[in-house]
Design a protein around this ligand. Sequence first.
Ligand code: PNS
Length: 160
Amino acid sequence: MKKAVYPGSFDPPTLGHVDILRRAAGLFDEVIVAVGANTAKKPMFSLEERVAMLQEIVAELPNVQVLPFDGLLVNFATQHDASAVIRGLRAVSDFENEFQMALANRTLAPNLETVFLMTSAEVMFVSSSIVKEIASLGGDVSGLVPKNVAARLMRMREGS
Ligand code: PNS
């Protein structure tokens, strides 16, 4: 059985993430979405909120589960018997950081492959940072994130 881990901050999950996730779910028998605790990045949404949003999103994908992780990604992947790490690539600007991360992970765990998947052209420009900026300035993010995420951003803006 081929198992992959799809790690990220997912703060918040976007349609770009969903696009990559669907592609990964079609390629692997099982995919674990690994939500990084990432305390250094001061996320807008708590770890629990990010996991909950993703669980709602993956409900339609039977071979995908969502789990939080802390510490080294390679340790999480090894503990879960994953043979691959999935990362989405949007543009050349992603490449340097992704290349560095993939090589660092390979040094730590030589048998764990990083697999890059290209996002659809329609969501190529979407990032969690852009979503947060637009939402915080009162813009409409419904074309950039799943419905449940848009609703949470709206509730957050309204302070409820
Ligand atoms: O969505 P992001 O912020 O690009 O995701 C980054 C993430 C969480 C995948 C990355 O920061 C990560 O793997 N963190 C865990 C710590 C780790 O393993 N670091 C060494 C590899 S660079």
